[in-house]
Every structure is written in C-alpha cells, then in structure tokens.
Design a protein around this ligand. Sequence first.
Ligand code: PLP
Ligand code: COI
Length: 371
Amino acid sequence: MKGMTATRDAIFETRRSTTPAPAAARARILADPGFGIHFTDHMVTARWTADAGWHDAVVGPFGPLPILPGAAALQYAQQVFEGIKAYRHADGSVWTFRPDRNAARLRASAERFFLPAPDDTLFLNSLRALLAVDHDWVPEPEGEKSLYLRPYLIGTEQFLGVRPSPEVTYGVIASPSGAYVGGLAQPADVWLSEDVVRAAPGGTGEAKCGGNYAAGLGPYAEAKAHGCQQTLFLDAETRTWVEEFGGMNVMFVTSDNRLVTPALTGTILHGITRASLLQLAAEDFGLTAEERRVSIAEWRECVADGTFTEVFACGTAAVITPIGALKARGFDVPAARDTAGEVTRALRERLTDIQYGRVPDTRGWMVPLHD
Ligand code: PLP
Ligand code: COI
C-alpha cells in the first residue's frame, strides 16, 4: 500500500489480539470505567514517510509503540492529538459526533507542528476499523458512558538536529469513559492561573498539542493544592481576559438569556462542543449566542450582581460540567449557584440526547461507526 490514496480508501489490515480481556473483566471495567484508565484490546497505527505517503495501516493488539529514544516526538514534542467519543445507541449501533470537525482540527494542529495529517476519509476509516474489532468496549449509554477515542500524530524520526520528521505515525487508542470531572450535581471549583499563561498570540494555544497540557501541569498542581479541579487561564498580554480551562472551554449564562463565551482570538482551542452549544442555544432555546471578550472582573462582578446566573465548562471529555467557585490568590468568587442551572441542564440534555440518538439528529452531526 503506497501513498495517501491507497491507505485512504484501503481497508486497515487487522491483526487480532491473542490475549483480549475476558468478557467478565471487560464488563467490570465498563460498569465503572473512570476516565482514561483502561484501554481496549486493539489500536490503530498508520505510517507516513515523505517518499511513500501513508501506508501500513493496521489495527493491531494494544501495546507498546516501537519508538526510538531520539524520536522527534520525544525530544522536540512534534506531536498533536484529538479527542472524540463513540456513543452506543439503544439499538446497539455505535456513532460518533461531528468527526469532520475533529479531522479538520487535527489537520490544523498538524500544520502548526509541521506534521502530515489524515484526510477526512482516512480519519473516519481509522475509527471505523478500530470499532470493527473493539465495538464490545463501547459502554451502554446509562450514566452517559462512552468510548473515548484518542487519535494522535507523532514524529518518529530519530535525529537530534531540529527539523520536521520525515517519518510520522498516526495512531488511535480507545478508552472507555465515564465523567471526566464532577457531574451535574457536583460543580467543579476552578483555580485562576495568575502567573502562568496557557497560550500567547502566535503560539500554540489553538493547536491540540501535548505540550500545551504539559505546560499547564504547574498551575494544575496549584489548583489541586487549593481544592480545585481545573485551571482557568487568562490572556498572555494583559492578564485580563478569560480564555479557557486547561481542558475545556468556558461559558456563561446571563439573566437576560444570553450564552456568552470568549471569542476565538487565536489563543483558544476551537472546541467542537463549544461551537455545537452556541448553535443549539440559538436555534433550539432562543438564547442569544455571544462570542466576545469576558474579563475576570466581569466574572466577579456579574456573579455578584446576578447577571451571570450560570457558569459551565464544555468539551468532549467534560461534556458540560457546572463550574462552582473561582478561586484566586487574592480573592474568591463564589459559585453562581450550588448545582447545575436550568440552561446548563437543558443544553446538556439536548446535546447528549443527540449524541445517544434519543432525539432525531436534524443537523447531520452523528456519523455511524458500527452497526
Ligand atoms: N479547550 C481545551 C484546552 C481542550 O483540551 C478541550 C478538549 O478537547 C476543549 C477546549 C474542548 O474542545 P472539544 O469540545 O472539541 O472537545
Ligand atoms: C477532550 O475533551 O477530548 C480533551 O482532550 C481534554 C483532555 C483534558 C482530556
């Protein structure tokens, strides 16, 4: 199989694991999967080289990758990734949500890191090929469980001079998942990162690259030390404007029926949940969707005077998670409310109803992965 077209249209070669998890062990995991702890029996890998394009597309047993210590991904972080879920519907079929958006974002992230990326067809085929063998790992929808899919790209050339790797691996691993943080009844408290920023203009904030998350681990530790579950980042230039959390976008519901979220200024991840909720809010709930700058002072004042009635975080892993208190070194902003608000609940219900096939998908967002 040589070149992009070949792999794009081709069937992934499947090499089945000889040691899959016994059904009883899998059932125990699926009953209470946690997040990102357990992995399925198989994984996808495909190789790209500058002269042959994409080739060697395989679904094989889950296990270690052959990677040399001097590889570009390990030494210089030439790496990007995606996060997307597989949802089981009531008839047993398995679906995913807006994969074209994830494929496009993977390409955008890859471009920033000078990596080649799969096109829509190779991306979707890779998910389908994995689900063809690991579909039993998609949990039943109760408790809003799903199979979290993690596509990634890594530069694999071993070379200590800095240059774009002419050898790249695309992979997909899958991890059954429950709630990432909190839950509707347990708003997540968040910590304001005052010294460390996540992204700067011209930097990598818009890309989904591992380095953004590694660089947020210091503030994350600070958040944990203050009893918080997430870190809130501000803009790099003025430390005034709210950008996003370490792993999710932020949204505010106002007393005059607006859904407000920071505008995409080049330093915020283009969240697919964010975009979908802005659309659902406007089209299905008659809210005014507003993408604009929100200052930390506005958060403080508007929670205090009741203008911000609900604050929540959104993302693939997080779905929609109500935000509790915002804590900072010099001040605390109490939770806008003790539990998830009405709009938070309604948006979450509508989004998950679409994802789990409980209401008709009138926008063509759902794409089948397995019958
Ligand atoms: N922001 C960051 C930093 C994230 O890691 C994520 C998760 O993917 C999001 C926002 C939400 O994006 P999405 O809704 O596409 O999952
Ligand atoms: C996702 O929601 O897919 C993410 O990548 C966030 C990550 C922190 C788990």
